[in-house]
Design a protein around this ligand. Structure first.
Ligand SMILES: [Zn+2]
Length: 338
């Protein structure tokens, strides 16, 4: 026996009973980039019983500035993030069972992971996966904690099926910027802050202290010194297809998922979002300018990087020239367009 959790048990909302309860719980973290690294480390140190990590990427040098579980050696070896993460996390706490999946998060990969999951942590970098999580979490009645970071800005919100409005309802009133870490960059403080808020919410859920959960949508900017908590009690829509009276879980339907296809003989991959999007090409050009040379006409925008050329049409269709792998195309797509 050791006393590794003694200080946490002294904290009365957790106590010995909470610590015991936590040991029986299973948390799923979707994505182990910056947010996922921070949450995973905190939860492993806190003594959660089981942790499942899913991520498709490998460790790159540009990750090391903010993704706290990874080392230069991981980047040199291009280790899959979940493997590098597991290695480090087991060094921290051998008592936690860590299960990993080197996969793209999609309906087919997430569904089998949900079996005995108590809480889901959102640590992904795109809204397609978040909408999937939103539908799956509602369908399976699993609470989940949304988190996002870009630049010096962060946001988080706790979603409890049956009790709070869902992500779809939230985004109707809180439109997102479309900025990504690859276009406007990111510093590490907002990552640590969002992850800390997410982990606090997860701990409350794990020990059953639901009344302590934060009910608001929280957003801040550490560079502009802004901090807002927005009351979202009234935003739930009765006809929401996810959390409304007659849910259809639209993100889980095949026809509503983002489609990728290799264009034969063209060394290119085409990506079609499920719903026609209307891109503001001027704004997008400003966003992508640091990334490569931009060419524009009224119908499309093209950005030439060292490795590939990405062409974005106004209706949301995207063609990435210079690559043939679907996985890689997906990574680039979400990095640039969020
Ligand atoms: Zn909803």
């Amino acid at each position: 026996m050791n006393n590794r959790y003694s200080r946490q048990q002294l904290f009365s909302p957790i106590g010995q009973a909470g610590q015991q309860a936590m040991k029986q719980k299973h948390v799923l973290i979707v994505g182990v980039g910056a947010l996922g690294s921070a949450s995973a480390e905190a939860l492993v140190r806190a003594g959660v019983g089981k942790l499942t990590l899913i991520d498709r990427d490998y460790v790159e040098w540009s990750n090391l500035q903010r993704q706290q579980l990874y080392t230069e050696q991981d980047a040199q070896e291009k280790l899959p993030k979940v493997i590098a993460a597991k290695n480090r996390l087991q060094q921290i706490n051998t008592e936690v069972a860590i299960h990993v999946a080197i996969m793209e998060a999609c309906t087919e990969s997430l569904l089998p992971l949900l079996d005995d999951i108590d809480v889901i942590v959102d640590a992904t970098d795109n809204f397609d996966v978040r909408f999937l999580m939103n539908d799956l979490a509602q369908q399976h009645r699993i609470p989940w904690v949304y988190g996002s970071c870009v630049s010096s800005y962060g946001a988080t919100y706790t979603i409890v099926p049956g009790k709070t409005p869902c992500l779809r309802c939230l985004l109707k009133v809180m439109p997102q910027t479309g900025m990504t870490c690859d276009t406007v960059g990111i510093i590490s403080p907002p990552v640590q802050i969002v992850a800390a808020y997410q982990v606090a919410e997860v701990l409350k859920l794990l020990v059953g202290d639901d009344k302590a959960l934060r009910k608001s949508y929280l957003t801040f900017d550490v560079w502009q010194n802004q901090h807002y908590e927005i009351n979202v009690d009234k935003i739930r829509q009765d006809d929401c297809p996810t959390c409304g009276h007659h849910p259809t879980y639209p993100s889980l339907a095949y026809e509503n998922q983002t489609k990728l296809e290799v264009l034969c003989g063209r060394d290119a991959v085409q990506i079609r979002p499920p719903n026609p999007t209307h891109y503001n090409l001027e704004q997008l050009a400003d966003q992508l300018r640091p990334y490569g040379d931009i060419h524009m006409n009224p119908y499309l925008l093209s950005c030439q990087t060292e490795e590939y050329r990405i062409v974005i049409f106004q209706d949301g269709r995207v063609v990435i020239h210079g690559i043939q792998e679907i996985q890689k195309a997906k990574t680039i797509y979400y990095r640039l367009l969020g």
